[in-house]
Design a protein. Structure first.
Length: 574
């Protein structure tokens, strides 16, 4: 498809039309701001010519001049705020040509086949998505972008690639997935579309700037500018969103000639990677993050998780046969180092951890995960539930002194219907909140440090038009854009009984390890697992819920007896 044909495609025409609609909002705002000044000029000129004389006209001229001054001041403040505020950027790990020469060549070849400008740089994000990101704002200039092959420039957008794709996808699949993304660079260079995007990003940045910490002298003008920017953003929001949809349609149309048949298969891998990545973060990474450890090879873990999924799920049959083909991570010179940097960034984004390893924020390998994370998690939670029982004055169970599972079971089964659970759950929730607050205070001195790549721009997980399509008005992401990374919620808040069930499970697992030869393990899809004779026991939750929800200890006693677990024996706590 020629460049001319692409320019005349329906998608390109629609995108350009919507871009002009966005720019009309900008022009309309400028015109409105100039109307009072124009009226004041007419009145002043009329007075100077002697035609509009008299006290009444003098008063009108004074009022018009004052209104014009206020409006122009507000308009100038909005314009200055938009020009000064740096649009949000995605926190990324940058990939230089030296770090990923084969990946750069693949992208450059794609750009050549599509006849579009090559991206100015490549970067990875811990997300299952890929997009082009404009970093042409002066605050976002990319160093070292000059001298690269074929039509590269610092003005061209950066290609941001979801890191799980590199480890799970094969090289041909990654090329097929990236083709429509790279094709979007063609319309990104269109003057009208580029101007419309700059206008929208500037408005979004102005809104975020106004919502930030107050600045005493500039506060009134900043608030006013933010309100005007928010109004303009809402006015052009629909047109801007439709412009991006037309751009995506045009890019997809242009990329049809590149691996079109393979793209359908590759899109299935995108959905699978997203599912595996979500499970890995919520079930595997989150328990480690909460105790100050971050898995250093998350992307490699995606492969293990999805391979396990293909083994369990008949719908995934045949996916493992792809593993014989060359993985896309082979396009990197040092996949392990890149994975570690992305894994640390994921911990910062999704949990709010420090930017660099430290005494209480250290990496953990997958081989060490069961002993360093799972066992420690269980024993920490078992210790917490016994501290809460001590605070409530619950006596120890009959038998040897010390923390036992029997003590927990007897307390929860005292009254039928799970009535004993409510008090313990409330006290446990309060105790855990105090523990987390204490851990946060301890973490404050180590909260500063360089990011995973000091040269990489940091901001939010946004998109080129994220202010319209995804991130507009999101105060949490606006705070993230401000530079102070805040945790993003991975799971809905747990109820008190959910928390109690987790702690009872931990106590059962500790007892099984100490008295029946069980071992902590890692399930790639479900996280911490109890292993008995090397096999995962997935039937523990049901009897625990019977105890917590109904106060019925019999199902759990039967389960413990079947494995030879002695609940009256004391266990080792953290």
């Amino acid at each position: 498809m020629s460049g001319t044909g692409f320019g005349e495609s329906m998608g390109a025409h629609g995108a350009r039309a919507k871009a002009l609609a966005v720019l009309r909002v900008r022009s309309g705002a400028t015109a409105v701001a100039l109307v009072p000044a124009a009226v004041a000029v007419v009145l002043i000129a009329g007075g100077a010519m002697g035609r509009l004389s008299g006290a009444g006209w003098d008063t009108a001229r004074g009022i018009a001049a004052a209104v014009a001054a206020v409006v122009l001041l507000a308009a100038g403040s909005v314009a200055a705020t938009i020009a000064r505020a740096a649009p949000a950027l995605t926190p990324t790990v940058d990939l230089s040509p030296r770090a990923a020469p084969d990946l750069h060549r693949l992208v450059e070849d794609l750009a050549a086949r599509l006849d579009v400008p090559a991206p100015s740089a490549l970067a990875l994000t811990p997300d299952c998505d890929s997009w082009l990101e404009d970093r042409s704002h002066p605050a976002h200039r990319i160093s070292g972008a000059h001298g690269r092959p074929r039509r590269r420039s610092a003005e061209a957008p950066v290609l941001v690639i979801g890191s799980p794709f590199l480890w799970w996808m094969r090289v041909a699949e990654l090329r097929a997935v990236l083709a429509p993304v790279v094709a979007g660079a063609g319309l990104a260079a269109d003057p009208d579309i580029a101007a419309a995007r700059r206008f929208v990003r500037g408005l979004d940045a102005a809104v975020a700037d106004a919502a930030g910490p107050p600045r005493s002298l500039r506060l009134p003008l900043t608030v006013l500018s933010g309100r005007i920017a928010r109004f303009l953003l809402r006015t052009c929001q629909t047109d801007a969103a439709e412009m991006e949809r037309w751009v995506a349609a045009a890019a997809s149309e242009r990329a049809q000639g590149v691996d079109y048949g393979l793209r359908i298969v590759a899109q299935e891998q995108v959905g699978l990677a997203y599912a595996g990545w979500d499970r890995l973060l919520t079930r595997v990474a989150l328990p480690a993050w909460r105790m100050g450890r971050w898995p250093s090879q998350l992307d490699a873990g995606v492969v293990s998780a999805l391979t396990e999924l293909s083994r369990r799920d008949r719908l995934a049959d045949g996916f493992t046969s792809r593993l014989n083909e060359r993985p896309a991570c082979d396009l990197l010179e040092e996949p392990g180092a890149v994975d570690e940097a992305v894994s640390l960034l994921a911990a910062r984004l999704f949990h709010g951890g420090p930017a660099a390893p430290g005494a209480h924020w250290s990496p953990v390998d997958w081989d060490e995960y069961p002993a360093e994370v799972v066992d420690h998690k269980w024993r920490t939670e078992a210790a917490r539930i016994h501290r809460v029982l001590d605070e409530l004055g619950v006596p120890t169970a009959s038998g040897p002194e010390g923390p036992t599972l029997a003590r927990v079971m007897e307390h929860l089964s005292q009254r039928p219907g799970g009535e004993a659970s409510d008090g313990l759950a409330a006290a446990l929730t309060a105790r855990m909140a105090r523990d987390e607050a204490s851990a946060a205070r301890d973490a404050e001195p180590r909260g500063e440090g360089p990011g995973p790549d000091p040269g990489a721009p940091h901001g939010s997980a946004g998109r080129p038009a994220g202010a319209v399509s995804r991130d507009g008005g999101d105060e949490m992401l606006a705070a993230l854009w401000g530079g102070d990374l805040v945790p993003l919620p991975l799971q809905p808040p747990r109820t008190g009984r959910d928390l109690l069930a987790d702690h009872v499970v931990a106590m059962v697992c500790c007892t099984a390890v100490d008295t029946a030869g069980a071992a902590p393990g890692l399930d790639w899809l479900d996280g911490p697992a109890l292993l008995m004779d090397g096999e995962r026991r997935a039937d523990l939750l049901a009897p625990v819920l019977s105890l917590v929800e109904e106060g019925d200890a019999k199902p759990l006693r039967v389960w413990l007896g079947s494995l030879g677990v002695r609940p009256e024996s004391p266990v080792r706590l953290a």
